[in-house]
Design a protein around this ligand. Structure first.
Ligand code: MG
Length: 332
C-alpha cells in the first residue's frame, strides 16, 4: 500500500506549567500526521515525544517526515528504526484501516491525580463527590514523616470501594524507600510507582523482593524495549505504559498478551487526537482492569485540543466526541 503523506507541527502552551525532572515544562510540541490511502480514505495520527523521558527527539522525527515528501510506502514505514516509538505509534494509528471501534459497553475508571502534600486532603472531597474510584498521590516531595502522616489521613478519608496508588517519581533514596515500603506493608495501596530512580536497577529489584507492596515502573520504561529488559530481569510488578511513546498499538498489545504483563496505561500529555486513538484501543483490547492514568484534567485549556472533560469513567463516548479533522484543520 502507498499513501499520500502530510504532517503539521503544533506548539501549544500548557494551561499550567508541569514540573518534570528537567524543570518546568510550559508548552507541548508535536506533529500531526495524515495518511490517505489509494481508495481516498484518510487517517490521522500524532507524534508527541517526551525527550526528557528518553524518547526520540521531535526534530529527528520531523526530519524523517520531511524526507518522505508527500508519499509514503509500507516499506519506508517498516524501515523506521525501532527507537522512534512516537513516530511509529503515529503512523500505525494514521493508517486508514487502523481505527478500532470502541465497544459501547466498555468503561474503565480513571485515576484522579491528587496534589502533593496536605493539599491532597483538601482536593479529595470534590473528587469523591464527582465519583472517582481511583486516586494517585504524588509523594517524595516533602519530608518522609510528614507524608506518612498525611497518607494515614488520606487512607482514613477514602471509602473502602476506592483505591489509592502513590507515585514517588524516583525521588526516594534507599533509606526513604525502605521506610516507606515497611510502613505501607500492611496498608491497602494499589501500588507505589517508581520509588527510586531508574538507574537504581538492583535497588528496585531488591525492594520488590523484600517488601509486600506492589511496585510499578514508570520512568524506568520509556518504551517496549525497556519493558522487555525488565521482564528478563524477573520484574513481577506493574508496568506504567504511555502508549503514545511505545510504537504501534498492535505491537504493544502483542507484547502484553504474550508476556501477560500487568500494565497501567497513562498519558504522555498528548492532544485529544492521540488520546482518542489510545483510549479506543484500550477499550476494545481489554488488557487491564486497572484505572487509567488519564486523569490529567485540562492540559491546554482548549476544548479542541483537550477533548471533552475526563470524568471518573471513560467510555467510547469520549472517543467519539473527538473529531481528528477538527484538530488537523485548527493548524496552518
Ligand atoms: Mg509516574
Amino acid at each position: 500500500m502507498n499513501y499520500l503523506f502530510a504532517s503539521k507541527r503544533y506548539r501549544l502552551p500548557l494551561r499550567a506549567p508541569l514540573r518534570t525532572a528537567h524543570g518546568l515544562w510550559r508548552e507541548r510540541e508535536g506533529l500531526l500526521v495524515r495518511l490517505t490511502d489509494e481508495t481516498g480514505r484518510v487517517g490521522l495520527g500524532e507524534i508527541a515525544p517526551l525527550e526528557w523521558f528518553g524518547t526520540e527527539r521531535l526534530a529527528e522525527a520531523e526530519t524523517l517526515c520531511r524526507g518522505w515528501g508527500d508519499r509514503l510506502t509500507e516499506a519506508q514505514m517498516a524501515a523506521i528504526p525501532a527507537r522512534f516509538g512516537c513516530l511509529r505509534f503515529a503512523l500505525a494509528a494514521a493508517k486508514p484501516a487502523a481505527e478500532a471501534k470502541a465497544p459501547a459497553d466498555q468503561r474503565l475508571p480513571v485515576a484522579a491525580l491528587l496534589p502533593a502534600g496536605r493539599a491532597a486532603l483538601e482536593a479529595l472531597p470534590a473528587r469523591l463527590e464527582a465519583g472517582f474510584l481511583a486516586f494517585k498521590w504524588k509523594v517524595g516531595v516533602g519530608r518522609v514523616e510528614d507524608e506518612l502522616a498525611i497518607l494515614d489521613d488520606l487512607l482514613g478519608a477514602l471509602p473502602a470501594y476506592t483505591r489509592l496508588r502513590l507515585d514517588a517519581n524516583g525521588a526516594w533514596e534507599r533509606r526513604a524507600a525502605e521506610r516507606w515500603l515497611a510502613y505501607c506493608a500492611e496498608r491497602p495501596l494499589e501500588f507505589i510507582e517508581q520509588p527510586v530512580a531508574p538507574a537504581e536497577v538492583d535497588l528496585l529489584l531488591g525492594l520488590a523482593e523484600d517488601y509486600p507492596v506492589k511496585l510499578a515502573l514508570d520512568e524506568s520504561v520509556t518504551g517496549l524495549a525497556a519493558a522487555r529488559e525488565w521482564q528478563a530481569r524477573g520484574w513481577r510488578g506493574v508496568f506504567v505504559i504511555k502508549p503514545a511513546l511505545a510504537g504501534p498499538l498492535a505491537e504493544l498489545e502483542a507484547w502484553i498478551r504474550e508476556s501477560k504483563a500487568d500494565v497501567v496505561f497513562s498519558s504522555a500529555i498528548e492532544t485529544a487526537l492521540g488520546r482518542a486513538a489510545i483510549l479506543r484501543w484500550i477499550l476494545s483490547a481489554r488488557l487491564t482492569q486497572r484505572a487509567l492514568g488519564f486523569g490529567i484534567g485540562e492540559i491546554f485549556g482548549s476544548r479542541v485540543w483537550d477533548g471533552p472533560p475526563v470524568g471518573p469513567l471513560l467510555d467510547a463516548g469520549w472517543c467519539d466526541a473527538v473529531d481528528p479533522e477538527e484538530l488537523w484543520n485548527a493548524l496552518n
